[in-house]
Design a protein around this ligand. Sequence first.
Ligand code: BDR
Ligand code: CA
Length: 310
Amino acid sequence: PRSIIIDTDPGQDDALALLLALGSPELEVLGITTVAGNVPLALTSRNARVVCELAGRRDITVCAGADRPLLRPLVTAEHVHGKTGLDGADLPEPTMPLSPRHGVDFIVETLMTRPSGTITLCPLGPLTNIALALLREPRIAPRIKEIVLMGGGCFEGGNMTPAAEFNIFVDPHAAKAVFAAGVPITMAPLDVTHKALTTRPRVDRIRKIGSKVSEAAVGWLDFFERFDVQKYGSEGGPLHDPCVIAWLLEPGLFTGRSCNVEIETESQLTQGMTVIDWWGVTDRPKNAFVLGGIDAEGYFDLIARAIARL
Ligand code: BDR
Ligand code: CA
């Protein structure tokens, strides 16, 4: 199986991404690192363990990482994800321990001790931990197989400001460092996640599984959807973060192209914007593969199959 570290700020869609990864034998989850984002660090660290326990995986190493962005004050998204970050399902408080290691240490040490070129990083939240790991130990950069992340937008505009998507907006300086690190990057921007909508039939397909895990997943999907329906006027809300895991499992579900991506960190108006040279109008180096299209039915099938396995 392909070895991955998931860096996350759960978040209902992060939780679905974790279930997709844990329910897919093609992936080996070496550990989960948490970051402040949708809600503060204590809650994202709790929520990651709630999901592991739900999936029957108390053995997974969960390490708390950065509690705030590199330079900016933390901005959270309780307005989208609820007070706990994981509202919508009624699950017990986790009892599995949080690792005593810092998430950034875990990322650095795992990359330095495992064979070079074998580990894929999957950031699903602000890129603070990934940037800190690269700054702390630059020798990890050539050892990373790939970074596959959810964040940014090309033609779709932002969901936090008119220009910026939440994950990049929260820590634009971290994003800038990550995109400049010379590591192969695949990014799932809003352009693709806004085509992956939680329509009623797709949610019902998961509901039909009829397990404890599917019941929680549907609770999260229904909760998450409520807000986005009002916001986007679409049937169902966008299911962002599992796109990262789905890309690893079934890249044929997606289309995209290699582009130059730069991050705006100066402008008040467009702070956190991902400036994506989709049409190749500059000769700046192509530093990311940017996903643009998705077979949404295939995507939800993949998720349903993984949940059924748990
Ligand atoms: C991203 O922001 C968070 O609210 C979601 O979990 C996702 O990672 C979407 O903009
Ligand atoms: Ca997230």
